[in-house]
Design a protein around this ligand. Structure first.
Ligand code: CP
Length: 352
């Protein structure tokens, strides 16, 4: 009997492989029940607060839709836009731009809502003021706001994407691979870095790699030298994969990576080594632009792989129109599965 009630969901690493797989099974069951008209309204009267510091389409709509379909409701808040600016630092003299501390915010929202979701990651843009403020990956990876909410909140906290993890994307990717492959264990999964004009966070590729690891897949992380993912997350993914018969390896060789792949998942991410040196990163990765797009020729080297991307995606930068518009693309199913996996998670954390 798996009981996830009242747990925080900050990363899939907070849950065992068995618990994560249970959520994915629940999600696919809910998807089937939505089709046959027996979708449960197990969250009637329940309310979620969703704090979005960053923009979103899929995460916001899937969470709101999931709560409504389950009979509950969700209140979306854009901190600093339709609320106060929130402070997280300990002992801060709040004479600047922040008006309310997370020490009050977390318990107040907890008295009014049954869970709190939060998206807060630093969007790293070359030349932006925020880039200056987020120069150190190790500092950002501590995700202080998310963890302060978890410490001071009195209800489950759900990570809707932080600097380090995007666990709801991971669940949706697992559901998609489960649907398409039946038994994903032992199949070859390639997570490929792609060029992008911005230096994006590593949260999504971390959670996507963990998703394939938790399915026991043969995971290959394909990236140029210098764009390695966080070593501690690599170790965790390898341990989880090996515990269920898979493995995680890394390469900078596209030919070897694509050969025999069953799934190709593309994602752009910024180099951890370049944090705070974004102009330099942009200059150094410029020659990679033409070499890393997922196109038909690359997909032809696979074992009839399907293509995944979390969206939004830049066409003909990250992936060619030919791949994205073909039957090989699973991106719309993958996005839809954000809805069913969010529903499964909320029902499991807060169901009556
Ligand atoms: N994949 C994803 O999280 O999409 P949004 O940024 O639109 O929520």
């Amino acid at each position: 009997m798996i009981d996830l009630q009242d747990r925080h969901f900050l990363s899939t690493l907070d849950f065992s492989v068995e618990e994560v797989r249970h959520l994915v099974r629940r999600a696919l069951d809910l998807k089937a029940r939505a089709r046959d008209g027996t979708f449960p309204r197990s969250l009637a009267g329940r309310v979620g607060a969703l704090l979005f510091f960053n923009p979103s389409v899929r995460t916001r709509v899937s969470c709101e839709s999931a709560m409504t379909r389950l009979g509950g409701s969700a209140i979306t808040i854009n901190p600093g836009k339709d609320t106060w600016n929130f402070e997280v630092g300990d002992g801060v003299v709040m004479d600047g731009s922040t008006q309310e501390h997370v020490r009050e915010l977390a318990p107040v929202l907890s008295r009014m809502c049954h869970f709190i979701g939060v998206r807060k990651s630093e969007l790293i843009t070359v030349g932006s003021a925020r880039a200056e403020a987020s120069a150190d990956y190790a500092e950002l990876a501590r995700d202080p706001f998310l963890h302060a909410l978890a410490e001071h909140g009195e209800v489950p906290i759900v990570n809707l994407e932080s600097n380090r993890f995007h666990p709801l994307q991971g669940l949706a990717d697992m559901a998609t691979m489960q649907e398409r492959l039946g038994e994903p264990a032992g199949r070859k999964y390639v997570l490929t870095w792609t060029w992008h004009p911005k230096s994006l966070p590593v949260a999504t590729p971390h959670s996507q790699m963990l998703a394939a690891a938790d399915l026991g897949m043969d995971v290959t992380v394909l990236r140029p030298k210098g764009w390695e993912l966080e070593p501690a997350v690599m170790v965790a993914a390898r341990e989880r994969a090996r515990s269920c018969g898979g493995d995680v390896t890394e390469t900078d060789d596209p030919s070897a990576a694509y050969e025999g792949a069953h799934v190709v998942c593309a994602k752009a991410w910024g180099s951890l080594d370049y944090y705070g040196r974004f102009e330099q990163e942009a200059e150094d990765k410029a020659p990679l632009r033409a070499e890393w797009t997922v196109d038909e020729a690359r997909m032809d080297r696979t074992d009839d792989a399907f293509f995944m991307h979390c969206l939004p995606v830049r066409r003909n930068i990250v992936v060619s129109d030919g791949v994205l518009d073909s039957s090989r693309s699973a991106v719309i199913d993958e996005a839809e599965n954000r809805l069913w996996t969010a529903a499964a998670l909320f029902a499991a954390l807060g169901g009556k």
